[in-house]
Design a protein around this ligand. Structure first.
Ligand code: FPP
Length: 245
């Protein structure tokens, strides 16, 4: 059977525990239709909604999405403010549904640069969903992997100065605790849509042994079939973690 046409029930074991997604191609989707870029982001928000539902149905435990990178401030200010408004409205409008679906919502990234009202929305959403256990949805907002690592190094430096940790004690497990993702596992599978094949400063430390999947589909067109097809491809891979398998 063609894996792309398989249904959820036919997906065998070894569903990835944690999927990360770089949702790329919103602008190109809009341009191809003669629409403003924000229309692509709005359609992208719909694709996100159905992807979250697909993850729940497939019993994926962790989903991490790249919503706004540290570098996305370089976009025209009108697009930045449209995106921020879209993100804030999405969280506000969906929070009850998210909560009912037992989704735990987390945000990673530098919050200080975000508007106070956005910061409040994020805090409230995290508080409201903190005890949920079905799916942990982590949204990377004003996030950069290099910046995250540097912040971790600074915190580690303080702990060394204060005698809390010795340099000889530092190892991968200890260092992981200083990252913003300390309470979630590493991604098993990272998907990037739109045909681009790069990491763009996303989850640099965490993706050391992640399987990558690149699809030409633009994010607004991404759906359950695309996800299932990529999971099938993932299930055919041999993850050796540097060993011999
Ligand atoms: C990349 O496409 C996409 C983004 C920078 C924003 C992602 C945001 C969404 C999918 C909106 C919904 C998200 C949430 C959390 C509600 P691009 O604009 O770089 O596309 P292009 O490369 O074709 O120009």
């Amino acid at each position: 059977m063609d894996p792309a046409t398989a249904t959820i029930n036919q997906i065998p074991k070894e569903i990835p525990n944690h999927i990360a997604i770089i949702m790329d191609g919103n602008g190109r989707w809009a341009k191809a239709r003669g629409l403003p870029r924000i229309a692509g982001h709005q359609k992208g928000a719909e694709a996100l909604r159905s992807t979250i539902q697909a993850c729940i149905d497939l019993k994926i435990n962790y989903l991490t999405i790249y919503a706004f990178s540290s570098e996305n401030w370089k976009r025209p200010s009108s697009e930045v403010s449209d995106l921020m408004a879209l993100l804030q409205n999405y969280v506000k409008n969906e929070i009850n549904e998210i909560s009912t679906n037992k989704i735990k919502l987390n945000f990673i990234g530098e919050r200080k640069r975000l508007d106070e009202s956005v910061q409040t929305t994020l805090r409230d959403a995290e508080h409201k969903t903190k005890n949920n256990k079905r799916l942990t949805l982590t949204v990377a907002l004003n996030y950069g992997g290099q910046q995250e690592i540097l912040e971790a190094v600074k915190d580690l430096g303080h702990d060394m100065i204060n005698g809390i940790i010795k340099p000889s004690d530092i190892n991968e497990e200890i260092f992981k605790n200083y990252l913003q993702t300390s309470d979630i596992p590493e991604p098993d599978l990272l998907i990037r849509t739109s045909g681009e094949q790069r990491l763009s400063n996303f989850l640099l430390w965490q993706s050391a042994y992640t399987e990558f999947a690149f699809t030409p589909t633009l994010w607004p067109d991404f759906n359950r079939d695309c996800l299932e097809s990529i999971i099938h491809e993932y299930q055919r891979r041999d993850r050796r973690y540097g060993g011999t398998g």
